[in-house]
Design a protein around this ligand. Structure first.
Ligand SMILES: *Cc1c(COP(=O)(O)O)cnc(C)c1O
Length: 398
């Protein structure tokens, strides 16, 4: 049966009159999440107290929920675990790969990568010393830049700013041909399009859940380690819950079985409860249907905006195979235009220096929403109504 996107939309609590095109930055509230978190607080924390770790299964939640994510990213069951934030998971994956490929010193990434990924790589290189370096090239040059000096590629599959999508299969294949490992950041892929980690032979993957997966602000990240490395990885962040026997309180670290060793400390139980509720909606979704719906929405938005807003420049690649589930336009007054749109209750976001970014999320966005957003934008552009002082002042979070 094809996915019923009207039914999934009804499972979100969206404020009246708001067209929300920012689910790629913070997904909206699944109706069931509030009740699930309340239940975890009162019936589990309140009633069971410390017994909740076993009786309510809190301790097993990171791998149980990880298995629910595995389906969405084409990972083998038992190879995804939840915890910490994406930046931490990037660091863990990088440190593990450098350890697995000890004769190489270069981390390869692209200049469009999200700054935190690059910062984590820079910090790790500085800590390691000994000639470890981060090399960045333009996104379109990544494939050719992989060579016999590359230890690991650290690539975000879909560019957070432009929506440009890398070819995961081609990059992974070339990396392996040159003896390099691959880390895929799926921040803008998980829940945005089908991903095939097992099929492409990816080594590591990381991602967050508060974007397309709708776990709420501060929701935990995930990490995937391929079965071929799972028993060999030496975790750099060797916390007690990644130990083989945490409750033996052994003073010496011994890594846990497989993916369990990528856990660090106490899991965020309340956030995991919200994520678990959000994943109930994902269980109703076929990812191929999602991709078709997403491409239809983005195509529609591009066509309507280009037809009515000649001063906006499309920065997202046009070919379907080269983009994710967001559309970006550039304009020198991008910030003020986005503020005017938000004042008209169409919510996207702005990314410096000049990008208007719109996320398309078929779970709760339909063709009528796209039309409303495009019409509001074209009215603002036609009337230059963005040109007011109140739309120029920059907020701390854009
Ligand atoms: C959103 C995002 C992050 C954010 O990392 P946190 O540690 O969760 O704040 C990191 N990397 C990429 C590519 C992202 O899109």
């Amino acid at each position: 049966m094809p996915t019923d996107f009207a039914a999934t939309k009804a499972q979100f609590l969206l404020p009246q009159g708001v067209t929300y095109l920012d689910g790629n930055s913070l997904g909206p509230l699944p109706r069931a999440a509030a009740a699930r978190v309340a239940q975890t607080i009162t019936a589990e924390w309140g009633e069971m107290l410390i017994g909740g770790w076993t009786k309510a299964g809190w301790m097993d939640q990171p791998s149980r929920v990880g298995d629910r994510i595995a389906r969405l990213i084409g990972a083998e069951p038992g190879h995804v675990v939840m915890g910490d934030t994406l930046s931490i998971k990037v660091y863990q994956a990088l440190a593990s790969c450098l350890d697995l490929n000890p004769t190489r010193k270069t981390i390869l990434s692209d200049t469009g990568n999200f700054p935190s990924d690059l910062y984590m790589a820079q910090g790790l290189c500085q800590t390691l010393g000994q000639g470890y370096t981060l090399k960045t090239v333009a996104p379109e040059d990544v494939l050719d830049a992989i060579d016999d000096t590359t230890a690991v590629t650290l690539i975000t599959e879909v560019d957070y700013r432009t929506g440009r999508k890398h070819d995961m299969a081609a990059i992974t294949a070339r990396a392996h041909a040159h003896g390099a490992l691959t880390i895929w950041d799926l921040a803008h892929s998980a829940g945005a399009l089908p991903v095939d980690l097992a099929g492409t032979g990816a080594d590591f993957a990381v991602g967050c859940t508060y974007k397309y997966l709708n776990s709420g602000p501060g929701g935990p990240a995930f990490i995937y380690v391929s079965p071929k490395h799972a028993q060999k990885v030496r975790p750099a962040l060797s916390g007690w819950l990644g130990h083989d026997a945490p409750f033996a309180f052994d003073p010496d670290y011994r890594p846990g079985a497989g993916i369990e060793r990528m856990r660090v400390g106490t899991p965020p139980v309340l956030q995991l409860a919200a994520l678990d509720a959000a994943l109930d909606i994902w269980d109703q979704v076929d990812l191929n249907d999602l991709r078709l719906a997403s491409l239809a929405l983005t195509d529609q938005f591009i066509a309507q905006v280009e037809a009515t807003c000649p001063t906006l420049t499309l920065v997202t690649p046009r070919p379907h195979a080269q983009r994710g589930s967001q559309v970006s336009f550039s304009h020198p007054q991008g910030y003020a235009i986005m503020q005017a749109l938000i004042a008209h209750r169409v919510i996207g976001d702005f990314r410096a220096p000049d990008i208007l970014r719109f996320g398309f999320t078929p779970l709760f966005t339909d063709a009528a929403d796209v039309t409303r957003a495009a019409e509001t934008l074209s009215r603002i552009m036609a009337e230059s109504s963005w040109d007011r002082p109140e739309y120029q002042t920059r907020a701390k979070v854009t």
